[in-house]
Write a protein that binds this ligand. Structure first.
Ligand code: SF4
Length: 429
């Protein structure tokens, strides 16, 4: 967990039905970026994440990943204990020793991430230099990269952004004439395969995904590359890709029937796919998704929902829940508001929606206690106390771990919001 101090609260402007934006700085209740390892290690199958951290970091990872069973773990923590500056050389040597032993034991590892954390003894280590030194030693068999998952610098999903941004400079250069589409953001393989099929039906290709399933499949990037974000929390990765000459396709995110259609259409329009061909390729999937949503709409329509800031998925989720399921967002918390990336989503929010950026958790709790939404989406740390106060909650972390993007998943995504309400109704009988 991480927290930050300092107060000032500033109200954002409101006009023409645009959402009110409340900026807050204060105590935060959000996981740190190390959490991303829990889904990233499953995605890049020959990568290993070595957290350079403390026992706290090791505990966080173990409890976040506790529900999973591994044949061979693909992450670990090198515990750097408290030491003075004179002990730094030893710490570097220790880290190299851990890497040596790991790579000798695990020849399947092709990509090793050294992941920084926030204990002061880790901050003193130069992980950029350590990864360069180790890469020199182990290339071409293993590439060693680094990024920070520290709670001081990152919240929850920003760990994925930092990891993917670290991959971008490693991507080979593509010739400007080589046109390709890059889908950016870790997606479940089943979702990735569905999108591959849809893009093939639309005649769009070649299509690559970042992160790739294997380190050697890192796609090439250049001026002919267009990319679309599949996850909303990847501002640094988007910037790094733009610096390599790639062009971002702006769109809402592929959540729900409408969101998926708008996301696909943005790519199709960019690619010059005729409207008729687009209709032919997407109508069936969209109709199935709408059918799957209709029964859930009966359960959710008119109910009020509030989001604490956590995964940065909050704004796209609020758009989906309000437009496709008739829910009423009372407050949409987000740890950061990337206005440019979020513009297509914000344009679709209901008039007068309230977005809060950042967090002052006590004030926010007071607002939720006063508003008493029918469902509150929040982190694990807040769920139990709110349940004890009689509020129904949904763990936001589940929304990051579950396959929720695309037509086929639209019904399952809605079901994630139906379930806690159904459970509560059963308990109340
Ligand atoms: S990186 Fe920092 S916030 Fe995250 S688990 Fe380690 S000590 Fe805690």
């Amino acid at each position: 967990m991480s927290s930050a101090a300092a107060r000032p609260v500033a109200e954002g402007a409101q006009g023409c039905g645009a959402p009110t934006i409340l900026k807050e700085r204060g105590q935060r209740e959000v996981f740190c970026g190390l959490t991303g390892i829990v889904w990233l290690h499953r995605k890049i199958q020959d990568a290993f994440f070595l957290v350079v951290g403390s026992r706290t970091c090791a505990h966080l990872l173990q409890s976040a990943a506790g529900v999973m069973i591994f044949a061979e773990p693909r992450f670990a923590t090198a515990i750097i204990e408290e030491r003075d500056l004179a002990g730094l050389a030893d710490a570097n040597a220790e880290l190299e020793g851990v890497v040596d032993r790991l790579l000798a034991r695990r020849p399947d590892i092709k990509l090793l991430f050294l992941v920084g954390s926030c204990p002061s003894e880790v901050i003193k280590l130069d992980l950029a230099e350590a990864s360069r030194r180790l890469s020199r030693r182990f290339l071409p068999d293993v590439r060693v990269l680094h990024y920070s998952g520290s709670g001081i610098e990152t919240t929850f999903t920003e760990g994925e952004d930092a990891c993917l941004a670290a991959l971008v400079p490693e991507m080979p250069a593509a010739a400007a004439a080589d046109r390709s589409l890059l889908v950016v953001g870790a997606l479940a393989e089943v979702v990735e395969d569905q999108f591959r099929r849809l893009f093939a039906a639309l005649g769009i290709g070649p299509v690559h995904f970042l992160p790739p399933r294997r380190a050697a499949e890192l796609p090439a990037v250049g001026a002919g590359t267009s990319f679309i974000l599949a996850q909303p929390f990847l501002a640094n990765t988007a910037r790094a890709l733009a610096e390599r000459g790639a062009r971002r396709i702006a769109a809402p995110f592929p959540l729900g029937a409408e969101g998926t259609t708008l996301w696909l259409r943005a790519v199709a329009d960019h690619w010059g796919v005729p409207p008729r061909a687009f209709q032919d390729a997407t109508a069936f999937g969209e109709q199935r998704a709408r059918r799957a949503l209709s029964s859930r709409r009966e359960r959710l329509s008119g109910l009020r929902i509030g989001f604490f800031p956590d995964s940065q998925l909050e704004i796209p989720l609020a758009r989906f829940l309000s437009r496709e399921l008739g829910m009423v967002p009372v407050e949409i918390g987000t740890p950061y508001l990337h206005r440019e990336l979020m513009a297509p989503e914000i344009a679709l929010l209901p008039p007068g929606a309230m977005i809060s950026e950042g967090q002052d958790v006590e004030r926010q709790l007071d607002r939720f206690r006063a508003a008493r939404p029918d469902l509150t989406v929040c982190g694990l740390g807040l769920a139990n106390p709110l349940e004890a106060e009689g509020l129904a909650t949904k763990w936001s972390i589940e929304l990051v771990f579950s396959p929720i993007q695309g037509y086929e998943q639209a019904g399952d995504l809605a079901e994630l919001f139906v379930r806690p309400l159904a459970r509560r109704a059963r308990l109340a009988v």
